[in-house]
Design a protein around this ligand. Structure first.
Ligand code: AMP
Length: 293
């Protein structure tokens, strides 16, 4: 059993710690309700840095007014057990008012990669993400930060912010950790009913089918039709698809209808769908080996 991490809840505490900290600092930002996907990031950061910091903060500015902020799962005691098990040194878990005191008025926005996909259907989401991550980066000043490719768009947006604002922080994206049946692990999976949980892996299966289609029908028009057909099929199976798109990465440039597709280029097939009241996202990345973020 590892030692429990030291917990900071205020900016004063973490600032004081950072002033004295030495060596390579690794950082994993999360919204808590930790699962094996988060644990994988923590394990990696620990093995690669001298000191590991986990933040747990359900960031209100990245939720829309009709989204699940108030019911987002909170499992703080269990999160601490996972952090201890993974050998995390420090947990930063501030309150909303600590991060956004009364009168808070500064935001940072990436204005290209954040436009399609979740940027389109969740207006303001990425503005909230980039703002909180920049604030956390400023407080923790990590050498390396790890993110999950489960949220591929978030990763590419943050990469661009780091580059554009010359933050000098190394970031890496870690492949999506999945259940045995292919469902991407997510804190939101806890919302699914038994029946929905059985249905949910169909999203990943649909992405895998599209990947196969792309190999056999790389011509733009027939690939576009296969995306449209898959969306229809998922809707018929009880999902409400918000988007199903194939984009070039890292720029996240959507391929237009019928554009010829070079199946050797780095691509992301990204999907967001409601299953009942639960919004699930997933994606697969193709030709990652050629990716230069
Ligand atoms: P969240 O708590 O949902 O904000 O996620 C915190 C970090 O964990 C983000 O970088 C996510 O992309 C990453 N993450 C969430 N789910 C997974 C997963 N299934 N596999 C890998 N990383 C994940």
């Amino acid at each position: 059993m590892s030692n429990s991490p030291q917990i900071f809840t205020t900016i004063a505490e973490i600032t004081d710690w950072r002033r004295k900290a030495r060596g390579q600092i690794g950082f994993v930002p999360t919204m808590g309700a930790l699962h094996e996907g988060h644990a994988t990031l923590l394990r990696q950061i620990r093995s690669r840095c001298d000191t590991s910091v986990l933040s747990i903060f359900v960031n209100p500015t990245q939720f829309g007014p009709k989204e699940d902020l108030s019911k987002y799962p909170k499992t703080f005691e269990r999160d601490l057990e996972i952090a201890a098990r993974e050998g995390v040194d420090f947990v930063f878990a501030p309150s909303p008012t600590e991060m956004y005191p009364f009168g808070y008025s500064t935001f940072v926005e990436e204005t290209s990669r954040s436009l399609p996909l979740c940027g389109k259907v969740r207006p303001g989401h990425f503005r909230g993400v980039t703002t909180i991550v920049l604030k956390l980066f400023n407080l923790i000043r990590p050498d390396l930060a790890l993110f999950g490719l489960k949220d591929a768009q978030q990763f590419f947006v943050l990469k661009k912010m780091i580059q554009d604002l010359n933050l000098g922080i190394r970031v890496e994206g870690i492949p999506t950790v999945r259940e045995k049946d292919g469902l991407a692990l997510s804190s939101r999976n806890a919302y699914l009913s038994g029946e929905e949980r059985e249905k949910a892996p169909q999203l990943h299966q649909a992405l895998l089918r599209i990947k196969e289609n792309l190999k056999t029908h790389p011509s733009g028009a027939s690939f576009t039709r296969s995306l449209e057909q898959t969306e229809k099929d998922l809707n018929a199976q009880g999902f409400q698809v918000q988007y199903l798109e194939c984009l070039e990465i890292p720029e996240l440039k959507p391929l237009k209808d019928g554009d010829p597709i070079d199946p050797t280029r780095p691509l992301c097939i990204a999907l967001a769908a409601y299953l009942g009241k639960t919004r699930l996202i997933d994606n697969i990345i193709l030709n990652e080996e050629h990716l230069q973020v």
